[in-house]
Structures are given as C-alpha cells and as structure tokens.
Design a protein around this ligand. Structure first.
Ligand SMILES: *Cc1c(COP(=O)(O)O)cnc(C)c1O
Length: 483
C-alpha cells in the first residue's frame, strides 16, 4: 500500500467524501451556529487522543478534519457573519483552489508553470486596467494578502526613492526616511515598517477627521515640518475603505501632496477596491489612478478563499530590482523568452498558484456577476443602516460602503458596545465586533461580507442587537444557545 498516494478505490472514496463534505458545508451555513464555543482544554484533549503512531483510515482522518473545522471556527461564509471583510467563498474558487492543491503548480520559476504564471500576469493586467493604470507600463504580483502587498509597496518606494537601497540597505541612507498613514489605516504598514528595518518611529500617524479618514491639512503640515527638519518624507498611504469604518480617504488630495513632495503614493484598497468594478461607484476612488501602487485583496470583497492579494504598481522593473537575486540553481528552461520568473518578482519564493481561484471565479461569474453581488451588498448596507436608525441606534460612521458602526446613548458605560457585541456573539446566531474610531468613539461594527446575506438576515441582526439592548438594560444573563 502506498500510504501517501493510496490506491485508486480508496482515493475515489476519499474524493467523494471530500466533495460531499464541501457541499454539505455550503448548504448548512444557514442553520449552523456562526460562532464556536471556546473550549481550549476539550479541544486539546481531543487532539491529544490522536496518535500519529497509529494510522487512521483516510475516511476517519478526513472526518476528523471535517468535524474539527465544523465545530471550532467562526463560519465566515455564514449569511449571519457581519465581520472583518472575510467573505463567503465562491464555489468556482473553491474548486479551482482544490485543483491547485492537487496539481501543485510551482510558481517560483515561470517555466515550471507557464499557465499559472500567465494567469497571474493576466490578472495583474486586468486589475491594472480597472484601476486606470496604463496596462503596458503596469506590473505587480499576486501575494498572500494585503499585508504582503503593503510590505511590497513600501519596498518599492524605498527602492524608487533611495536607489542604493537594495544594495546598501538602510545603512546606506544619509537621510531619515519617513512614511505617512492615517491613524485609521491598517497596521500592516506599521508592521512592514518594522520588518523593513525602518522601525515604527519612521511612521507618522496622521489624525483623522470626524468622518474617520485622513485629515489632509494635518498631513500637509506634518510633511512640511518633517521636510523642514531635514527628514525625507518618501511614502504615503491613502486608505480606500478603512478596516474599522469603511472610510475612503481623499486619494486625489493625498496624491497632490505626494506629487508636491516627491513621495510614493500607495493606495490601500484591500477591501474597498472592489467598488472599482461598479461604474456608478468608481468615482468614490477618484485619484487611485495617480497612485504609484495599489493593494486589492481578492480574499476580501472578491470572495475567494485566503490568501489572495494583488499588488499592482505603475512602475515596471522595480520588483525585479528589489527581489531579483539570480539564483544559479533555479530552472533556466525559459531563458530567452519574454517572461518573468515570479520568485525574482515577489517576497515569496516557492509559491502556490494564488491567482487561479480568482481567475476561475471571474471566468464563472464574469465582471457582471461580481457587479451584481457588490451592488446587492451595498444596498444591504444601506438597509442595515436605516433599520438600525429606526430602532434608535446612532450611526457614527459615514461611508457608502456596506460597513455600519453604531452605538447608543449610554454615556455612562464604556463597555456598553462590547456587551452588546458579546451578547450577540454568545447567542451563536451572528458575528459582529466592536471598534474604537479615531481613538475616541466606541461603536459596534457590522459589515456585509457574505454574498449569502439577504434582507431577512439584516433584519434578524437588527432584532438580535435590539434583544441584546433589552437584555443588558434588564440585566438578563447572556444566552447559551443550543445548535
Ligand atoms: C485586511 C486589510 C489589510 C491586510 O490584508 P491581509 O489580507 O489581512 O493581509 C490591509 N489593509 C486593509 C485596508 C485591510 O482591510
């Protein structure tokens, strides 16, 4: 018996079990508890009972994985998950990603997987066009997600502004490089600054306005002050759809400041970038075409499984300057062809065919299918907002995107929002979270992320938060829901 490859009959059973489990999961999302009950001890005990010294049948083994995933995770694909941009996943994408696991295309060298490599290239070009970049000059890479894309942007900016960077590193710099993000930006840029060796002191967090987007005047003044002190402002991030409140910062105004001060403009549209697909909403991101680079996370609003990020820049050749190493042991079968080896073009080396799931999903739904979903979700966001308002909740964010932050007139209890969210999460019936906006406004956050979400789910969520409000004011203990 071949323990890894198994035999034909066993495999066939395994594949049917797999397909059935995936299908069961898709149809059970509606009745499933959205949130798990945490039982660290129970879970560890259960895992400790497994013994790698004793082989299990493939059927039992797969059953163990299925049970574990079913019982111990937040089901982000649920129509009642109103979470942090984690989508319900597209069926075609799941199928394509499974094939990728089976075929295991190696995207380090182009010559090992021409199809997968060219699919990535096509996606970069298509999204460059969607952004409004000149496709012939655009370049980019598929990556693990927004964090890697933002990290890549920072490296590109360093290379562009300090041409000795990739050889001499930061040690070779005489000037003090500074970068600018809003206080509501995603902390992956901060993390990238640390990982690049710039350190968190190199990051200037610009205050936000009452709409929780970057305060442009503060940015202008901070950059001018820093430059006057002899520092070198070189990188600024405009966030198009902040993680907490969906605020879209003024890309055009930030672009003007970037151009005036000779800085790299990166637009982090990890989630919000999806609205570029809607002709009626695209103008919300006006100015994005002036960016030097853009992050779009397909594993957010484009509903493909993690991880699938897009880093796109309008500067050719920078990626190769940063990541090219010319390793002599790498395959050279494609020498002389007009192709790029992905390993010399991105942070990763051996790489999964990340783009395949997005490619398959686009093939099946087309731009039009995506438009329909995104439009519907925006409409549901508006419904959620108005239903909450009718139920006397106070909406505190201001965005056209379907994320709603709300609180109520309970000024005495700092923990009020946390209590409401915990009540809802404990009920097992929905997932929502809390945020602290601009460092001052506590709110409950609900985002339409699942394409399965319909009007009735939105109404159910509102009814849940209303019940939580009543329960908290009457000091009724939190629910312990059964399945
Ligand atoms: C989620 C998010 C990121 C980080 O992306 P990952 O895919 O989690 O790495 C970066 N920026 C914004 C605005 C995000 O919402």
């Amino acid at each position: 018996m071949n323990h890894l490859g198994l035999d034909k009959k066993t495999r066939e059973k395994l594949w049917s079990q797999l397909a059935a489990a995936i299908e069961d999961y898709f149809v059970s999302l509606e009745r499933q508890r959205v949130t798990p009950r945490f039982d660290v001890h129970g879970l560890r005990e259960q895992l400790a009972k497994l013994d790698f010294g004793k082989a299990l049948s493939p059927e039992t083994a797969l059953g163990t994985v299925i049970d574990g995933l079913t019982n111990h995770q937040v089901h982000v694909s649920s129509p009642m998950y109103f979470g942090l941009f984690n989508p319900a996943v597209s069926a075609a994408a799941v199928a394509a990603d499974s094939l990728v696991a089976a075929f295991n295309p190696q995207l380090a060298a182009w010559s090992h997987s021409p199809f997968a490599a060219e699919v990535d290239r096509l996606l970069i070009q298509e999204f460059a066009r969607v952004i409004g970049f000149d496709e012939s000059a655009a370049d980019g890479t598929l990556c693990s997600g927004g964090a890697e894309a933002n990290h890549t942007a920072l490296l590109c900016a360093l290379e562009q502004h300090f041409p000795s960077f990739s050889k001499k590193g930061l040690r070779g710099l005489r000037e003090k490089p500074l970068l600018y993000v809003s206080a509501e930006s995603h902390h992956s840029t901060l993390k990238a600054a640390k990982a690049c060796g710039l350190g968190s002191d190199a990051v200037r967090e610009i205050p936000v306005t009452s709409a929780f987007g970057m305060d442009i005047q503060s940015l202008r003044e901070q950059v001018a002050n820093d430059a006057a002190q002899g520092a070198k402002p070189f990188f600024v991030v405009a966030t198009a759809g902040t993680t907490a409140s969906g605020a879209i910062e003024s890309i055009s105004e930030i672009a003007d400041i970037a151009r005036y001060n000779n800085m790299w403009l990166h637009t982090d549209a990890a989630w919000g970038g999806a609205v570029l697909l809607l002709p009626s909403m695209k103008q919300l991101l006006t100015g994005i075409e002036k960016s030097d680079s853009v992050t779009i996370d397909a594993h957010k609003w484009l509903s493909v499984p993690m991880g699938c990020g897009l880093f796109i820049t309008r500067h050719r050749n920078l990626l190769t300057r940063i990541f090219g190493t010319g390793a002599q042991y790498m395959p050279k079968d494609a020498a002389g062809l007009d192709v790029v080896d992905p390993y010399s073009h991105s942070l990763q080396w051996s790489r999964r065919a990340i783009g395949m799931k997005l490619f398959a999903s686009l093939l099946v739904s087309g731009w039009e299918g995506y438009r329909a979903v995104i439009e519907k979700q925006i409409g549901l966001g508006q419904l959620l907002k108005s239903e909450l308002q009718s139920a006397d909740w106070r909406i505190v964010n201001d965005t056209a995107l379907p994320v709603v932050c709300f609180n109520s007139e309970e000024p005495h209890d700092r923990e009020y929002c946390a209590k409401v969210a915990a009540w809802v999460v404990d009920s097992g019936k929905a997932w929502i979270s809390t945020v602290l906006l601009g460092g001052r406004v506590r709110a409950i956050r609900a985002c339409i992320t699942s394409y399965w979400t319909e009007e009735r789910h939105v109404r159910e969520l509102v009814s849940l938060v209303n019940k939580a409000r009543t329960a908290i004011s009457e000091k009724i203990p939190r629910p312990v829901a059964d399945n």
